[in-house]
Ligand binder design. Structure first.
Ligand code: ATP
Ligand code: MG
Length: 604
C-alpha cells in the first residue's frame, strides 16, 4: 500500500478534548475521528488494527470450539420484558420507534436474543454443549461516554454464550473461554491481569474480568505480588483492617456527651474528643427497593469509622441493585437527627424493626463511639453486642492497600485498570425466563446452564495503545500493527533509485505476506520519520541517498536503535527481524502471560 493512496490524516497538535494518552495518540496518528461524544469513525489505519484484533479473537474462539453467528442489533422489547431487563437495564437502553409507533431496542448485549434462538433450536441433551459467538456493534446509553473508544455509545463487542446440561459442564465451558481470553490478549500483545469480579445479584463465584493495568483505567484492582490473589475492588476481600477494632468494654452503658458542631468521623478524632476512627461507628442510611414495584425501605448500615461502604457487596448482601443514599429529610424521618449525629444504639431508634446491617469488621466491637440520633450529641462506651440490635452481618467494607490477602495473607496492593474482557457464569436466569430447556436422557426437562463472555474489541484496540506507547507515539505489537513495515524512501521521484528500490521491496514483501506501507509522500525526512514513529509501525526502513551511496539502508525497529545493513542483505534482514519479533510474541502466548498463570488457582 502507498501512503498517498490511503488516508492517514496525522496531527501535530493534540486535540483539546482528548484526556488520556491513548485517545490523544489515536487521533494524532489518524486512526479514528470523532463524530460526536461517544461516536467514532474508524479511518483506514484504525480499521486495519480493528480487523486484526477481530481476527485474533475469531481464531481463538473457533479454536475453543465456539460457533460464529450474527444476531440482529435491533431487538424487540418483548424478550427484554420477559427477562426482566427491560426495567433493570433501562438506563442503558436506546429505544427507537418505527412508523407504526412500535418500540424497538438497540441491543446493548444479546443474552435475550441468543436464548430465544436456543429455545427454538435446541431441545435435547444430545445437542449440548453449544457455545455461540458473534462480533457486532452494541449500543449503550452511557451516562458519561469518554476517553474515546474506552467508553462509547456505540462499540464493537465479541460476545459468546455457552449452553450446558449441568453446572459442572458449564464450568468446563467457562474454563475454555477463560483460557481462550488469556491467549487472545497475549496474542494482541497486551499484558492483562484476570481478576475475580463481582457477580452482582446473580451471585456465585465464577466471574473474571480481564484487566489491563493503567493509571487511566476506570476500575480498581486489588492484587498481591505473589499472584495468589487478584480481584476487582468491588469484590475484593481481605483479612480485615490492619488496625484492630477495640473490643474491650469501657463502661456499663452508653453515655451521651455533647459534640456541638461535630458532623464527621474526622471531627471527632480531633481534640477535645480524640476518638480514633477505628473506635467509631459510621452509620449510613440507604433506601432500598426489594423489587422494582416495591416501596423504598430504609436500611441502616454500620461500618467502622475509617471504612468505606462497598456498594457491590451491599447489593450482593441485599440481593438487589436498587438502592440509594437517603436524603437528609428521609434520614431525619427515620432517625430524628441529621447526618453527622446518627447511630444505631437500640434505645434511640424510633423504629424498632429497622433493618440494621453491620460490617463484619465490627464483630465484638466494644467501647465504641457513635451518634446519639440527636443533633450535637454522641454516645461513648457503646458495645455492639449489648447496645445494638444488628439484624444481619456481612462483609460490606472496601478493602484497603496493605491489608492481608485472603489466600495466603500477603499484603494487598491496589491499582487502576481497564476492563477489556469479562467471563461470567450465568446459571439459568435467562434460560428459565426465555424457556431454553432441554430434555435429559430420562426425558426430564431442565433449563440450560449458561455462561456469557464479552470482549470489548474497540476498547481493546485503545487499551493496546494505552499500554504500548512512548514519547514519540504508539509502539504497536507486531500482531496488531496497522502495517508491519514502513518503507521510507527519502526521494520519491518515480525513477530515483531510492524510490525504485523501495517499490521493489514493497512488492516483494507484499508477495511474501508482509504488510508494508510505502511512504511515497514528497515530504522532508523529519516529517516522515515523525509520522512513522507517531503511528508506531514496528519496523521502519529508511532508504536515504547518503546511505544508498554506501550501498546501505537503515533498519529502525520502533523499540530499538537504528542499524545499517547492506542493500543486498536488507530484505533478509527485514524478514529475519519480523520472524524474531513474531517469535517473541508467540512465546508470550505459550506462557499464557504471567498474570494468567498466577490466577489459575482462582479459576479452577
Ligand atoms: P463497564 O463496567 O466498563 O461499563 P460492562 O461490565 O458493562 O463494562 P460488559 O457488559 O461485561 O461490560 O461488556 C463486555 C465488554 O465490553 C467489557 O469488558 C468492555 O471491554 C466492553 N464495553 C462495555 N461497555 C463499553 C463501552 N461503553 N464502550 C466500549 N466498550 C465497552
Ligand atoms: Mg463487565
Amino acid at each position: 500500500m502507498r501512503w498517498t493512496q490511503t488516508f492517514i490524516p496525522t496531527l501535530k497538535e493534540t486535540p483539546a478534548d482528548a484526556e488520556i494518552v491513548s485517545h490523544k495518540l489515536m487521533l494524532r496518528a489518524g486512526l479514528v475521528r470523532k463524530l460526536t461524544g461517544g461516536l467514532y469513525t474508524f479511518l483506514p489505519l484504525g480499521l486495519r488494527v480493528l480487523r486484526k484484533v477481530e481476527q485474533i479473537v475469531r481464531e481463538e474462539m473457533d479454536r475453543a470450539g465456539a460457533i460464529e453467528v450474527f444476531m440482529p442489533a435491533l431487538q424487540p422489547p418483548e424478550i427484554w420484558q420477559q427477562s426482566g431487563r427491560y426495567v433493570t437495564a433501562r438506563e442503558v437502553l436506546y429505544k427507537v420507534k418505527d412508523r407504526a409507533n412500535k418500540e424497538w431496542l438497540l441491543g446493548p448485549t444479546h443474552e435475550e436474543v441468543i436464548t430465544t434462538l436456543v429455545a427454538g433450536e435446541i431441545s435435547s441433551y444430545r445437542q449440548l454443549p453449544r457455545n455461540f459467538y458473534q462480533i457486532q456493534t452494541k449500543f449503550r446509553d452511557e451516562i458519561r461516554p469518554r476517553f474515546g473508544l474506552m467508553r462509547a455509545k456505540e462499540f464493537i463487542m465479541k460476545d459468546a454464550y455457552s449452553f450446558d446440561v449441568t453446572d459442572a459442564a458449564a464450568q468446563v465451558s467457562y474454563q475454555k473461554m477463560y483460557d481462550a481470553y488469556t491467549r487472545i490478549f497475549a496474542r494482541c500483545g497486551l499484558r492483562t491481569l484476570p481478576v475475580e469480579a463481582d457477580t452482582g445479584v446473580i451471585g456465585g463465584k465464577f466471574s473474571h474480568e480481564f484487566m489491563v493495568p493503567a493509571d487511566t483505567g476506570e476500575n480498581e484492582v486489588v492484587y498481591c505480588e505473589s499472584g495468589s490473589y487478584a480481584a476487582n475492588l468491588e469484590k475484593a476481600t481481605s483479612g480485615g483492617p490492619l488496625e484492630p477494632t477495640p473490643t474491650r468494654s469501657t463502661g456499663p452503658a452508653p453515655e451521651k456527651f455533647p459534640t456541638p458542631g461535630v458532623f464527621t468521623i474526622e471531627a471527632l478524632t480531633a481534640p477535645p474528643y480524640g476518638v480514633a476512627a477505628p473506635a467509631q461507628i459510621k452509620t449510613l442510611v440507604l433506601m432500598v427497593k426489594r423489587s422494582e414495584e416495591a416501596e423504598s425501605e430504609p436500611v441502616l448500615v454500620l461500618l467502622r469509622g475509617d471504612d468505606q461502604l462497598n456498594e457491590a457487596k451491599f447489593a450482593g448482601a441485599l440481593g438487589t441493585n436498587v438502592f440509594r443514599p437517603a436524603t437528609p429529610e428521609e434520614v431525619f424521618a427515620v432517625l430524628g437527627a441529621h447526618p453527622g449525629s446518627l447511630g444505631a444504639v437500640a434505645a434511640t431508634l424510633k423504629t424498632p424493626n429497622l433493618r440494621v446491617l453491620a460490617d463484619t469488621a465490627l464483630r465484638g466491637a466494644a467501647g465504641m463511639t457513635t451518634g446519639a440520633n440527636e443533633d450535637g450529641f454522641h454516645f461513648r462506651h457503646v458495645d455492639l453486642d449489648r447496645d445494638v440490635r444488628v439484624t444481619d452481618w456481612a462483609d460490606l467494607r472496601t478493602v484497603r492497600a496493605g491489608e492481608r490477602g485472603p489466600v495466603n495473607g500477603q499484603p494487598l496492593k491496589l491499582r487502576r485498570a481497564i476492563e477489556v474482557g469479562h467471563v461470567f457464569k450465568l446459571g439459568t436466569k435467562y434460560s428459565e425466563a426465555l424457556h431454553a430447556l432441554y430434555l435429559d436422557e430420562a426425558g426430564h426437562q431442565h433449563p440450560c446452564v449458561m455462561g456469557c463472555y464479552g470482549i470489548g474489541i474497540t476498547r481493546t484496540v485503545q487499551a493496546i495503545i494505552e499500554q504500548c506507547n512512548d514519547r514519540d507515539g504508539i509502539v504497536w505489537p507486531l500482531t496488531t500493527a496497522p502495517f508491519a513495515v514502513c518503507l521510507t524512501p527519502l526521494n520519491v521521484a518515480p525513477d530515483h533509485p531510492a524510490f525504485r528500490l523501495a517499490q521493489t521491496w514493497h512488492d516483494e514483501l507484499t508477495a511474501r505476506g508482509v504488510e508494508v506501507l510505502l511512504d511515497d509522500r514528497d515530504e522532508r525526512p523529519g516529517v516522515k520519520f515523525k509520522d512513522a514513529d507517531l503511528i508506531g509501525f514496528p519496523l521502519r526502513v529508511n532508504l536515504g541517498e547518503k546511505s544508498l551511496a554506501r550501498d546501505e539502508v537503515e533498519l529502525k525497529p520502533r523499540r530499538e536503535g537504528l542499524r545499517a545493513v547492506k542493500v543486498e542483505h536488507a530484505l533478509s534482514a527485514i524478514l529475519e527481524w519480523l520472524d524474531t519479533e513474531s517469535g517473541r510474541l508467540a512465546e508470550g502466548t505459550g506462557r499464557s502471560g504471567d498474570s494468567a498463570r498466577n490466577d489459575r488457582s482462582t479459576a479452577a
